[in-house]
Ligand binder design. Structure first.
Ligand SMILES: Cc1cc2nc3c(=O)[nH]c(=O)nc-3n(C[C@H](O)[C@H](O)[C@H](O)COP(=O)(O)OP(=O)(O)OC[C@H]3O[C@@H](n4cnc5c(N)ncnc54)[C@H](O)[C@@H]3O)c2cc1C
Length: 369
C-alpha cells in the first residue's frame, strides 16, 4: 500500500499519488512544513481527514502536508460557559463527544461529521440546524501570504452557508495546483460552549420529530447526540468501512440558493426554505439538492451504467441518500466525476438549476455543459 496515495487518505478512497508526503504532529512542524513547501516551486495540499476533497486519478504533483495535531485545552471556565482551544488536527467528532460528556452545549447537533476540527471553519460545517459559526470565537492560523501566525475572529471569517473567507481562497475545479490549499492554514479553533446542565434546545424539525419533542424543547445532550448519529447512519452519513454508501465526501452538492423567479418550474411540493442574504436585493430561497436530483430521475443507487437502482457499477449515488456520490469499492475519481456531471446536467435540463459541488476538487472538474 503506497503511503503517498490519496486514495488511502480520503473517505471516497480515490485519488492518485502525491510527489511528497509530510505528516506533522505538532504546530511547529505544521507551520515549518507549510512555509518550507511554499518556499519551493511545488504546490501544497493540506489534508486532514480527507473527507471533503476529490483529487485527480493522476495524483497531486506537489507536497501533501497531513495534519496530525491534537489537543483540547480549556482556556477559561465560568459558571455559565467555557472557552476551549482545539488543535486543528483533532478529530471533530471526538470533540463533540467530549463536549457532551462535559455537559457543554453548542456543538451536539454536529455529531458524526467526519474529519478534523481545523477544517470546520473552512466550509462552516453544519447539520441539523447548527453550524460552526454559532460557537466559533476565533481561529489562529498560519497566513501563507504574510508568513506569520494570525488570529481571525468569527466575523472576520465571513461565514456563509458552507462557506467562509478561507474557502474562497481555494481554487476548486482547476488544474492550477498552486491554489489547492487556502491562504490561511488553521492551527487552532476557539469555541465558546455553554454550561446548560446537560440539556439543549432542539433547532431542527426532523431532529425534533425523531426525538418526539417540539422545536425549541430542551433535551439531554447525550440523547441529541445519539439521535443525530442514528439519523445520520440511516443516510450513510457516518463513516463505516463496511458500507460503500459512506465511501463518499458526504453531500456532493450544496443546496442551491436561487432567486425566487428561478423556481417557477418547480412544483408547489418541492421543498424550499427562506434564505436571507443581506448583500442581495433580490428575494432568494434555498432548495433541496437531494429533491432536485431525485426528481430529475436520479434515484438512490443510480449507477455508472446509467440504469436506475443499479449499484453494481464502480460508482453510484448512495443507496440511502441521493446527495452522496459513492465509491462502490473499485471506483476512480473519474468515475465519480462522470456521475456528478450526469447528475448536474440532468438537474439543469429538468429544473433549470445548476448544482455546485461541495467538496474541493483538485486537478479535476465536472464536464462542460
Ligand atoms: C460521510 C460524510 C458525511 C459528511 N457530513 C457533513 C455534514 O453533515 N456537514 C458538513 O458540513 N460536512 C460534512 N461532510 C464533509 C466533511 O466531513 C467536512 O467538510 C469536514 O470538515 C472535512 O474535514 P477534513 O479534516 O476531512 O478535511 P479535508 O478533506 O482533509 O480537507 C477539506 C478542505 O479543507 C482544507 N483544510 C483541511 N484542514 C485545514 C486546516 N487546518 N487549515 C486550512 N485548511 C484546511 C483542505 O486543504 C481542503 O481544501 C461529510 C463528509 C462525509 C464523508
Amino acid at each position: 500500500m503506497s503511503e503517498n496515495l490519496l486514495a488511502n487518505h480520503t473517505t471516497a478512497r480515490v485519488g492518485g499519488p502525491a510527489t511528497t508526503w509530510i505528516e506533522v504532529s505538532t504546530e511547529e512542524q505544521l507551520t515549518t512544513a507549510v512555509a518550507e513547501t511554499d518556499a519551493t516551486e511545488f504546490p501544497l495540499l493540506v489534508l486532514a481527514g480527507g473527507s471533503n476533497m476529490l483529487v485527480a486519478d493522476e495524483g497531486f504533483p506537489g507536497t501533501v502536508v497531513q495534519l496530525g495535531t491534537a489537543g483540547i485545552d480549556v482556556m477559561e471556565s465560568s459558571n455559565s460557559h467555557v472557552h476551549v482551544r482545539i488543535a486543528a488536527g483533532h478529530n471533530w467528532d471526538a470533540v463533540v463527544a467530549w463536549s457532551v460528556t462535559e455537559g457543554l452545549t453548542g456543538i451536539e447537533a454536529l455529531s458524526g461529521i467526519p474529519g478534523s476540527t481545523g477544517a470546520t471553519p473552512v466550509q462552516n460545517v453544519g447539520a441539523y440546524g447548527a453550524d460552526i459559526s454559532q460557537t466559533l470565537v476565533s481561529i489562529r492560523a498560519w497566513d501563507r501570504q504574510a508568513h506569520k501566525v494570525v488570529e481571525l475572529t468569527g466575523p472576520e471569517l465571513e461565514f456563509g452557508y458552507r462557506d467562509s473567507i478561507i474557502k474562497r481562497t481555494i481554487e476548486s475545479s482547476t488544474t492550477n495546483f498552486h491554489h489547492a490549499s487556502p491562504r490561511w492554514i488553521v492551527l487552532t479553533v476557539d469555541l465558546h460552549l455553554t454550561k446548560t446542565g446537560q440539556t439543549a434546545p432542539v433547532r431542527y424539525t426532523q431532529l425534533a420529530r425523531a426525538l418526539n419533542v417540539e422545536l425549541g424543547d430542551s433535551v439531554p445532550l447525550e440523547h441529541i447526540r445519539q439521535t443525530v448519529l442514528d439519523l445520520r447512519a440511516t443516510k450513510g452519513m457516518v463513516l463505516d468501512s463496511d458500507d460503500y454508501d459512506t465511501w463518499s465526501t458526504g453531500s456532493f452538492f450544496t443546496n442551491p440558493i436561487v432567486a425566487v423567479e428561478a423556481t417557477q418550474r418547480l412544483p408547489d411540493d418541492a421543498p424550499r426554505f427562506a434564505h436571507h442574504d443581506e448583500t442581495s436585493e433580490t428575494e432568494t430561497v434555498k432548495l433541496s439538492a437531494a429533491w432536485l436530483i431525485d426528481h430529475a430521475g436520479f434515484n438512490k443507487g443510480f449507477g455508472l451504467n446509467h440504469e436506475p437502482d443499479t449499484v453494481n457499477g464502480r460508482a453510484g449515488l448512495s443507496t440511502k441518500h441521493t446527495l452522496a456520490l459513492t465509491n462502490r469499492g473499485a471506483a476512480t475519481t473519474n468515475d465519480l466525476i462522470t456521475i456528478a456531471t450526469l447528475v448536474r446536467d440532468g438537474v439543469v435540463e429538468r429544473w433549470g438549476i445548476t448544482l455546485v459541488p461541495e467538496p474541493v476538487l483538485i486537478g479535476v472538474q465536472l464536464g462542460h455543459h
